[in-house]
Design a protein around this ligand. Structure first.
Ligand code: GLC
Length: 455
């Protein structure tokens, strides 16, 4: 069914370039949203189980599944755990979902901004068998890790019934061992934000970008040691022709001349001032705020930032910013890294059918429209890209289409977080000058090789 599902357990480590063959568009504008999320109908009681055994329709996994029909009678309390960065969008979608008629009472727990910390918080809860997060807005790279631990309910029956609605690459990210463990919620790809008043046309190679950035206020990106830096390093490295793992997924290939060329370019950028040193402390939010201040000429960020810049208080930014696909690497290729989130349901949920009902409403066409038009988050449903309202609200649809088409998946593995930490921590050391790019890739290679032996 998908690349990851074809690979047997324990050897699921591999990168699989995901090319999408889709029309694309995306987003505009954020509006703040009220927090009164529990103001919905239905009574407190009546929580129904809905959980079912693996069953024939649950794909290849024996993990416990949910009967999609249980949505019909589902009601009661359910809690969504979602990251701070896009929490307003999550709350707005919940508000839309938890109408009086739905019988759902939804609480929202806000998780930290940093992907690594969101992961750690969910892991802590699941290890404690806590049902606190019925539904978790999970990064696309964590499906294998959580499913391998048997922490998620198998939603294969539900997804199969809706399969044709979704962009195929988004479904791949929700797959583990031929089963679905999540429902795609949003897709993501990095974009180059630039100032038209400083650069008439956006640079089309990373090298050109770095040399222009010096005289254009600098380039900002996510340079702190966390998942965001893994993503950005891979955007440049994939462009240079680099990889993380061998094709069969069993060996580290991080220490390659291609990856070294990418890391040198990035480290030189910090050294020569094309990239301000403060970037080494930036996650998505800090880079967006820096670009918003009007100083940097360029920013690498996700589509969510578009809606915020459209509302920028810095007039020059609001008026003059635009977005373009990420540059290519000189002599290399256009590349990117596929991001996004899936809604997953905790195995320890006390109300799984209501959890699935919430997921159902939060992934319908109305929810996609709301998130796209108000919060510039990219839809996962095919039909959204023909939606006139979305098209109108997302003037950078062409750039996004290209960005998503050129995006590749990160390595698929239950050990993904270890592999990623090996990359981000060593890349961060090279960027700050604490180590050389050569030594950083050697160290990353050792750490990845050791992570591979643990699975
Ligand atoms: C965004 C992406 C996600 C990625 C994260 C890194 O949230 O959607 O896939 O891992 O940023 O910070």
């Amino acid at each position: 069914m998908t690349t990851s599902s074809r690979v047997p357990r324990r050897t699921v480590l591999q990168e699989h370039p995901v090319k999408q063959h889709l029309r694309y568009t995306v987003p505009a504008l954020a509006s703040a949203c009220a927090l009164a999320l529990s103001a919905c109908g239905g009574d407190d009681g009546g929580e129904s189980s809905g959980a079912a055994g693996g069953g024939s329709g649950s794909g290849g996994s024996k993990a416990q599944g949910i009967d999609p029909a249980s949505i019909e009678t589902a009601k009661g309390n359910v809690t969504l755990c979602a990251p701070a960065l896009t929490i307003e969008a999550a709350k707005a979608a919940v508000k839309q979902a938890a109408t009086e008629a739905s019988g759902l009472k939804v609480d929202v727990i806000t998780l930290p901004d940093a992907a690594d910390e969101q992961n750690a918080q969910f892991v802590r809860r699941q290890r404690a068998k806590s049902g606190e997060c019925d539904v978790f807005e999970s990064d696309v790279v964590w499906t294998a890790q959580f499913a391998a631990q048997d922490w998620l309910l198998n939603v294969t029956d539900y997804v199969n019934a809706r399969k044709a609605e979704f962009i195929p690459s988004t479904l791949e990210t929700a797959t583990y061992e031929k089963s679905y463990f999540g429902v795609p919620e949003k897709t993501d790809a990095g974009l180059l934000y630039y100032r038209k008043d400083r650069t008439a046309t956006p640079p089309d190679t990373w090298q050109a970008l770095y040399s222009q950035a010096k005289d254009a206020g600098g380039l900002v990106y996510q340079g702190k040691a966390y998942e965001g830096l893994t993503v950005h390093f891979l955007e440049v490295a994939y462009g240079a022709g680099g990889k993380v793992l061998s094709d069969d997924g069993t060996k580290s290939e991080i220490n390659s001349p291609e990856n070294l060329a990418a890391l040198k370019l990035m480290a030189d950028g910090v050294k020569n001032g094309a990239v301000p040193k403060a970037v080494l402390t930036y996650q998505e939010g800090e880079s967006q705020q820096a670009f918003d201040s009007g100083k940097p000429g360029f920013m690498r960020n996700w589509p969510y930032a578009y809606s915020l810049e459209k509302e920028s208080k810095t007039e020059a930014v609001k008026k003059n910013f635009d977005v373009a696909p990420l540059p290519t690497f000189e002599g290399g290729q256009a590349a990117g890294v596929l991001g996004g989130s899936n809604l997953v349901i905790s195995k320890f949920s006390k109300n799984p059918s209501a959890a699935l009902k919430l997921v159902d409403v939060m992934t319908n066409a109305d929810a996609m429209r709301l998130r796209a038009t108000e919060y510039s988050l990219a839809p996962v449903l095919n039909e959204s890209y023909d939606d006139a309202e979305i098209k109108k609200a997302l003037p950078f649809s062409d750039a996004l289409k290209t960005a998503v088409e050129q995006a590749q998946a990160r390595p698929v593995s239950p050990a993904y977080t270890q592999v990623s930490t090996a990359i981000s921590s060593n890349v961060a050391k090279a960027l700050s000058g604490r180590t050389t790019p050569e030594a950083a890739l050697e160290a990353a290679d050792k750490a990845i090789s050791s992570a591979l032996t643990t699975f």
